[in-house]
Design a protein around this ligand. Structure first.
Ligand code: ADP
Ligand code: MG
Length: 282
């Protein structure tokens, strides 16, 4: 089982879109995928249609009980794709966690439950764009951190400084004394302007200076309306835009490249368009 946490110290960069679409692609490639919505604003929980109208439990139970049971997991209408929904609209969980000595590891240990280890090949955790105990727990639960970064100057700076802070704070010897997964940055929502290209290459240079603490992936996710359209339609973007004319590669191509780069053993595996599941009780 491999666990990814999609994180960034900045909001609105594409974390939820990336988590949802990567998860759905891996599910269509045949992996059993569990999404975890660790954002108190439940965008990922609403991204794909769920198989039940009212999930029995979600993230609150996972964190508070420190274990994942089947009742915490909800099926989406896509095969191989399930989710632990965010059910903490008042944002109590971060406060609750703050008082726990094991706050950094609570999610990591919970993900060792049989309901996860025996049933899934891949876990993808979406996070909120704010520093706090829930973000820390999500970061510390990952084997690999994925961080979308938009190539415009302010967000590039914020990313470099914010990422360094995060790594310094959570790395061994830091306050929580934990081991952190490698960080893979994805240049995200790149448009075709010269400015974006210059900043993207600046980001790559900055990362060389981070000396192996973080790397920038080759795959670049372009700015394209397909990602928004697919979110509105609640379908995975690789299904929504399979082909595309012009210089910008299709979402199908981009998402496959990204999956292959993150999980090299999948290289050459393509998505099957599996039939949707039946909704229950409708
Ligand atoms: N590749 C893309 N091209 C254009 N717009 C995108 C792309 N990916 C995401 N978006 C849009 O950007 C906005 C923010 O994305 P979201 O995933 O919600 O960010 P975050 O979770 O980091 O706050 C959404 O409106 C989304 O539809
Ligand atoms: Mg989000």
């Amino acid at each position: 089982m491999i666990k990814f946490t999609v994180t960034s110290t900045k909001g609105g960069v594409g974390k939820t879109t990336l988590t949802a679409n990567l998860g759905a692609l891996l599910a269509d490639m045949g992996l059993r995928v569990l999404l975890i919505d660790a954002d108190v604003q439940p965008s990922l929980s609403k991204y794909f249609p769920l198989a039940v109208a009212k999930p029995a439990a979600g993230l609150t139970e996972v964190i508070v009980r420190g274990t994942v049971t089947k009742s915490c997991i909800t099926a989406t209408l896509y095969q191989n794709l399930d989710i632990v929904i965010s059910d903490d609209p008042e944002g109590n969980l971060p406060h609750w966690l703050l008082n726990r000595i094991d706050r950094g590891f609570r999610l990591r240990f919970a993900l060792q439950s049989p309901a996860v280890v025996e049933a899934y090949d891949c876990v993808l955790i979406d996070t909120q764009g704010a520093i706090g105990p829930l973000q820390d727990a999500a970061v510390l639960a990952a084997d690999i951190l994925v961080s979308p970064i938009t190539p415009e100057i302010l967000s590039a700076r914020e990313f470099r400084d914010g990422t360094m802070e995060l790594l310094d704070r959570l790395e061994p010897g830091g306050a929580l004394g934990a081991s952190l997964g490698p960080m893979k940055a994805v240049i995200y929502r790149q448009d075709r302007s010269a400015d974006a290209r210059i900043i993207a290459s600046g980001i790559r240079e900055d990362f060389i200076k981070l000396k192996g603490r973080a790397a920038v992936l080759e795959t670049v996710v372009p700015h394209a309306k397909a990602y928004k359209e697919a979110a509105t339609l609640r379908v995975p973007v690789h299904r929504h835009e399979r082909k595309r004319d012009g210089p910008t590669p299709s979402a199908y191509t981009v998402m496959h490249q990204l999956a292959w780069e993150l999980i090299p053993s999948l290289e050459g595996v393509f998505a099957d368009l599996l039939p949707r599941r039946e909704a229950q009780g409708e």
